[in-house]
Design a protein around this ligand. Sequence first.
Ligand code: ZN
Length: 126
Amino acid sequence: MLEIRLEKACKWTRWPCVICGGATNKDYVIGVAYEDGKDAGKVCDDCIDLGAKGIAEALREHAENLRKWAEGLEKASHGEIRCRASLAKKKEMSKRIDDELVLENFKQACISEFDAVEVDIPDAPF
Ligand SMILES: [Zn+2]
C-alpha cells in the first residue's frame, strides 16, 4: 500500500517528487510517500492535490516516462559518445562568467553613482 503523509520538512530545499518526477516546493511541511511503511520519497504539492485516484494515474504516467527515458539511455550508451566538456573547463568558464558579472555589477554601481543628480524636492505643503 502506498500512503501519503504530511511531515515537517527536515531541510529547506526542493526534493524530487516520487509520484510525478517533478519537484517539491521549499516549504515547512512536505508530503512523504510510504510504500508498505517504508519511506519511498517526497511528494510535490500538485500530486498531493491529485488525491488517491489522481496519484495512481500520475504514477502510471511517470512509470511510462521513465521506461521511455531508460530506453533512450540504453540506446545512447550503445552509440557514439563525444565528451567535449571537462570539469576543469566548466570551472574555468563559470569563473570567467562570475568575474564578468562582478565587473558588470561594479561598473553599474559606478555609473549609478556618477549619474546621480541632485533633485530639488519641493517643500511639503504644510
Ligand atoms: Zn509530483
